[in-house]
Design a protein around this ligand. Structure first.
Ligand SMILES: *Cc1c(COP(=O)(O)O)cnc(C)c1O
Length: 696
């Protein structure tokens, strides 16, 4: 039994488990209440549970063999030959560093807010799968991102729950005398310290910097308290810690890094720290060092929205960087400041732009979809003498977002290694329609049960009537066409577009036997009152008689809610204002689970869409010269038309065995065509082959 416990512990400290459905099931079966209460945190779970009880349950439920098998698969995973090794030979150590302000690896590691974070997490996971010798660097936030709850006024409110780092699946980096390793970064003439937490993500390591240490006074302790929290100065401090502190950490780790990948501009100060290191190591000038570093910097931009890019006022920059520029980089502050300006006219421009800094100093720059690449090229029109902006389309880590039901179907038909054999997607067409339909129904049911449990649990806390609880425990219908919409409530994503013509929607939703229902989820940034209004609006509609029981809003969107939603929805709705969605990834997560996309032609869907695989909401051809309100109407109407004329009829058109054959044909096409491309194995391979391995 102790062996089992040790295996569980070893597994728990490697986030390999985060993409292993069997691992989650073990914990759910041991004690699902504990599992939920710990936020799906196996370390906290194992610390909290009584060992005798644990052993007794493992015995009684026959979990021993299953744990052994997961453990054996894990060891095999770590020791197997990889894409990288087969292509480039066995790496001697990490050669790529990836930096991001947020990482979404698992629900319990609350160091992410949205798509940028889940992408970073998926990048780490696929790098491990492919054997890419990469380390990640980020920040360990004491409170992370907020927990959303809907208050009595039906409005989003935020709760900040403190992480206990010692009971998360990460370990503090210690030196050979078992003392915490700390790096030091200068801010305003003060030594700011940070300790380091290591997260094992399969074969690779993710290092998270944490400024909450004794040596720092309160202002600096709280640099890493909240993700995207506080004002501009805090953001600057966080970015100094990430970029400059990140480079200091590499020195401590003595890694021979060849390629430096900045995922968004938050880490771009690393540019200066690298130049500084080259200057002192080779005794060369700023310009020479800059030229040398340029060829190994990689920058991925994620937004065409200028407001989405960090800028810092000149006076703030001067306070933090004047000495650094003059003493470390041996240049005047003006020259330093020029680097944050694409036109190098800093003296008239009073803001330092992190994306410009990164672009000016990276040989490899990319947008995150084909369309976004084009837009970024226009947005930043770079001098023709330098390398141009390219694109690498985002993906998702399929195994992280596959439901147990879908995975079981794939295992049954394609074997346990289904995921490593990319050509399985071609064989999807051969599966019996009935099996895919059963999978779809199970996925939908799993989502609906989850929603019911959530709503009932909350209602009980608020002492609502028995009657209402009974109602909530039967909310939604397990056989009804279910449409999912979940993402951050940034206004450009237009979370309430479906309600544009409320009477038309009511009409669509009132045809007997041809119903549709909606599950919404998502957080607005705490300071985004407009985004919060949209959430309240959805909740308002969900309480109206015409929609009651057919529209629900699920609180606190996170990786686990996302998984239920993307696996359970029949149709995934995506209606951002074109062309503001650089890529979008949630729509990719539904594919292998048999969900279909209904989307604006923006981001990844420009590449993904074809008639066989889903539906595109029509954007008026002259939209660029139209008023937003007009575009909204046109696109809403196109959406209603598609629902009425195509989507609903296709779903309810059944054969003698009550199976919607044509719907399943579309599911099969969607899986066969989209799944092999819109994943992070393909994406990370492209980063590796196009960028990482091109660095000499
Ligand atoms: C996938 C995911 C996102 C990103 O979704 P988009 O469609 O790109 O907006 C955001 N949050 C969570 C929790 C996710 O899992």
């Amino acid at each position: 039994m102790l062996e089992i416990l040790n295996q569980l512990k070893e597994l728990s400290y490697n986030l390999y488990w985060s993409w292993n459905n069997g691992f989650y099931e073990i914990f759910e079966e041991i004690n699902n209440d504990y599992w939920k209460w710990t936020n799906q945190n196996p370390i906290k779970f194992l610390n909290a549970i009584n060992n005798d009880y644990l052993f007794e349950v493992i015995e009684r439920r026959n979990l021993k063999d299953r744990i052994h098998t997961i453990y054996r698969d894990f060891r095999k995973y770590l020791n197997s030959k990889t894409y990288f090794e087969n292509t480039y030979g066995k790496p001697t150590g990490p050669r790529i560093v990836y930096l991001s302000a947020e990482y979404g690896v698992a629900k319990c590691l609350k160091f992410y807010s949205g798509g940028l974070g889940t992408l970073s997490g998926d990048h780490m996971k696929s790098s491990s799968d492919l054997g890419i010798p990469l380390v990640g660097i980020g920040l360990a936030y004491l409170y992370g991102y907020f927990r959303q709850y809907i208050n009595k006024e039906d409005r989003q409110a935020e709760l900040y729950e403190r992480n206990e780092f010692n009971s998360l699946p990460m370990q503090q980096l210690l030196d050979e005398d078992y003392r915490p390793v700390k790096i030091i970064v200068d801010m305003l003439g003060v030594n700011v310290y940070a300790q380091i937490w290591q997260v094992n993500v399969g074969r690779n390591k993710l290092y998270l910097l944490d400024s909450f240490v004794d040596e720092n006074d309160l202002e600096f302790k709280t640099i890493t308290d909240i993700l995207y929290g506080g004002g501009t100065e805090k953001r600057l401090q966080q970015e100094i810690l990430l970029g400059i502190g990140g480079m200091k950490l590499l020195e401590v780790l003595q890694l021979d890094i060849k390629a430096y990948h900045m995922n968004e501009g938050h880490s771009a100060f690393l540019v200066f720290e690298r130049i500084k290191n080259f200057m002192s190591r080779h005794n060369i000038s700023f310009r020479t060092a800059q030229e040398m570093c340029y060829y190994s910097n990689i920058f991925t931009t994620h937004t065409p929205v200028p407001a989405g890019i960090d800028i810092f006022h000149r006076s703030l920059m001067e306070r933090y960087f004047k000495n650094y520029a003059e003493q470390e980089l041996k240049v005047g502050f003006d020259q330093f400041f020029d680097e944050g300006d694409l036109t190098k006219s800093a003296l008239v421009n009073d803001h330092f732009n992190m994306a410009y800094l990164a672009i000016n100093n990276s040989n490899f720059v990319n947008g995150v979809s084909k369309l976004h690449g084009e837009i970024a090229r226009k947005m930043w029109s770079l001098s023709p003498t330098r390398s141009q902006i390219q694109h690498i389309t985002n993906g998702i880590h399929t195994k992280t977002y596959i439901s147990p039901h879908s995975e079981n179907l794939y295992i049954k038909n394609f074997g346990k290694e289904w995921y490593d054999v990319q050509d399985i997607w071609d064989k999807i067409s051969e599966l019996p329609d009935e099996d895919l339909w059963i999978m779809r129904n199970k996925n939908r049911k799993r989502l609906i049960n989850f929603v019911r449990d959530r709503l009932v649990a909350k209602a009980k806390m608020f002492h609502v009537t028995e009657e209402r609880i009974a109602e909530l425990s039967e909310i939604l219908d397990v056989n009804t066409l279910t449409i999912g919409f979940a993402r951050r409530f940034a206004t450009y994503k237009r979370g309430t577009l479906i309600f544009k013509d409320i009477n038309r929607l009511k009409k669509i939703m009132s045809v007997p036997g041809r119903n549709i229902q909606f599950v919404f989820s998502g957080k607005a940034h705490p300071k985004d009152e407009e985004g919060k209004n949209l959430i309240s609006e959805i909740i308002y509609y969900s309480n109206q008689d015409d929609f009651k029981g057919k529209i629900v809003f699920v609180e606190n969107y996170d990786m686990s809610v996302a998984k239920y939603l993307v696996t359970g929805s029949d149709v995934w709705l995506n209606n951002p204002r074109k062309p503001l969605e650089a890529s979008g990834t949630s729509g990719m997560k539904v594919v292998a689970n048999g969900g279909l996309n209904l989307s604006i032609s923006d981001g990844w869907w420009v590449e993904g869409y074809s008639e066989d695989v889903g539906w595109t909401i029509e954007t008026p051809p002259n939209y660029e010269s139209m008023k937003p309100e007009e575009i909204d109407w046109a696109e809403a109407n196109s959406m209603y038309d598609l629902l009425e004329k195509e989507i609903i009829p296709l779903f309810y058109d059944r054969n003698g065995s009550n199976i919607p054959e044509n719907w399943i044909m579309k599911m099969k096409a969607s899986i066969r065509i989209l799944a092999p491309f819109f994943n992070t194995q393909r994406m990370v391979k492209e980063y590796n082959d196009m960028f990482y391995m091109k660095v000499k």
